[in-house]
Design a protein around this ligand. Structure first.
Ligand code: BES
Ligand code: ZN
Ligand code: ZN
Length: 504
């Protein structure tokens, strides 16, 4: 794990393997961002000119390495682009700093220690840089044999943040928060990247139990016997085709002074083959990511505990493996759900809504102040919003807007989506109360309407469809690596914080 320290040392005097500075565009010229004055001085004030000679433009995502002159304690200077310099000394903006720090940390893979001398105006900037660096330094190497190849890919060992004030309460708290949140996002990424032959529902539940012990959380696991006894027909119906039986995990964080309870429900399909409605080749290679919602929920509950938030946060992980076999649910089968409703399964690949439905009903029994479910639910949402934006649906317009604003504030792309009532009739079933599939058009909204039917009367609820951003297949960018991203954790943590503060 990458260490984080706040240092009062000057950029010129701290010993490190690399010194990270920011550069930006000001009109047509390249400027060195605040925080790197001492570094520029070591270059006799010619740092921007030298970087320009090397082709640096200051564009976001750009990283330029150059040898440090005598007078600096680090052998290498790494200049990362911050885009356009803000007017009149305004802040560069948290997300710009977060991404630039991520680029730097990624570029410095294999290094032991880097000093970050990026522009810091306030505690929020310090937090963004810390978060970006720790997220950018992420590597999933548990499955690589040791040797040179593994060593070269070792994440940056230590991030020393310059310009933050370690004795300032706000700065210290911001850095500690950033570290807890980033580490929990990286926990989610690890779970998502873990191959599905190892991360079975039982293994996921065991991970929750272990983290629960470590952080003082109450963890209850329903295994397949308990699920059958309880009548969880949705979760069982999805898991019944697999050799790895399903689980429903409740992971609860409580605070003695909490006035509100937030319930988070996560889709935890450890592998989605589609079941009997088997996915074609080309659509199943990344389906280990189908438990990203449960991973985000799990990480958020642990983060809430680590931050000691004055709110109760209950996580529900609906875990199952969706496989085809002689015992698998068939298209045409009818399941009796935990709520008592019957569902005709027309497509076994629409399994997420089945496990979530049971978990939503169960979560509703505890009458939380709000429920948010998170799921890699539909390909339709990816078609609608692309690979980087998640959709938000809700039974309350204000709640949906609040979550959208929170996501924006923490640097996660999202967009509010409607739940048009006319799409409900497409799920009418000749046999059961509802079918698990409806019209193809607006498939993401159809899924949302299905879930809504399993939310307890009068409970504020929102649904995040993270099918696009949960798993990144392209080249890494900013602080986003290939593979699991930890999408929605930052939004959920902030939602919990605002709930604790009574602002929601
Ligand atoms: N896990 C998939 C959705 C998904 C697609 C996640 C792409 C991540 C990336 C989900 O279970 C699924 O297969 N949904 C079907 C529903 C349909 C059969 C009604 C879909 O979207 O095609
Ligand atoms: Zn599916
Ligand atoms: Zn799925």
């Amino acid at each position: 794990m990458t260490a984080l320290t706040l240092s009062t040392a000057g950029a010129a005097t701290l010993r490190a393997d690399a010194l990270v500075i920011g550069v930006a565009k000001s009109g047509k010229t390249l400027v060195v961002a605040p925080g790197a004055e001492a570094v520029d001085k070591a270059f006799d004030g010619r740092l921007a000119a030298v970087l320009e000679t090397l082709g640096a433009s200051g564009a976001e995502g750009e990283a330029t390495k150059l040898p440090a002159p005598a007078g600096l304690k680090a052998p290498v200077v790494l200049a990362v682009g911050l885009g356009s310099a803000p007017e009149d000394g305004a802040s560069y903006g948290a997300e710009t700093l977060r991404r630039a720090a991520g680029v730097a940390a990624r570029t410095l893979t294999g290094s032991k220690k880097a000093a970050f001398a990026l522009p810091i105006d306030d505690a929020e900037d310090a937090s963004a840089i810390a978060e970006g660096a720790l997220l950018g330094a992420y590597a999933f190497d548990q499955y690589r044999s040791s040797g040179d190849a593994k060593d070269a890919k070792k994440p940056l060992g230590e991030v020393a943040l310059l310009g933050a004030k370690p004795r300032d309460k706000a700065h210290k708290a911001a850095a500690e928060r950033a570290q807890a949140v980033a580490e929990e996002i990286n926990r989610a990424r690890d779970l998502i990247n873990m191959p599905p032959n190892d991360l079975t529902p039982a293994a996921f539940a065991a991970a929750a139990q272990a983290a629960g012990k470590e952080h003082g959380l109450k963890v209850q696991v329903l295994d397949e016997k308990a699920l059958a006894k309880g009548g969880f027909g949705g979760i069982l119906g999805v898991g019944v085709g697999s050799q790895n039986p399903p689980r429903l995990v409740r992971i609860g964080y409580t605070h003695p002074k909490a006035e509100k309870t937030l319930a988070l429900v996560g889709k935890g399909i450890t592998y989605d083959s589609g079941g009997i409605s088997l996915k074609p080749a080309g659509h199943n290679e990344t389906m280990k990511c189908d438990m990203s919602g449960a991973a985000a929920v799990f990480s958020t509950v642990v983060a809430a505990a680590r931050l000691g938030l004055e709110v109760n946060v209950t996580g529900w992980l609906a875990l199952a493996e969706n496989m085809p076999s002689g015992s698998a649910t068939r298209p045409g089968d009818v399941l009796r759900m935990y709520s008592g409703k019957t569902v005709e399964v027309l497509n076994t690949d629409a399994e997420g809504r089945l496990v979530l439905a049971d978990a939503l009903t169960r979560a509703s029994e505890e009458h939380p102040d709000a429920i948010v479910d998170v799921a890699t639910l539909t390909g339709a949402m990816v078609l609608a919003l692309g690979n980087r934006t998640f959709g938000i649906m809700a039974n309350d317009d204000d709640f949906r807007s609040a979550i959208h604003e929170i996501a924006e504030e923490v640097g996660e792309a999202s967009w509010p989506m409607p739940l048009p009532a006319d799409l409900r009739k497409g799920m009418d079933s000749p046999t059961a109360d509802i079918a698990n599939m409806g019209e193809r058009m607006g498939g993401g909204l159809v899924a949302g309407l299905f879930l809504q039917e399993f939310v307890g009367e009068g409970i504020t609820w929102a649904h995040l469809d993270i099918a696009g951003p949960a798993f990144h297949e392209g080249a890494p960018y900013g602080y986003t690596p290939k593979g699991g991203t930890g999408s929605s954790v930052r939004t959920l943590v902030r939602l919990a914080e605002l709930t604790a503060a009574g602002e929601l």
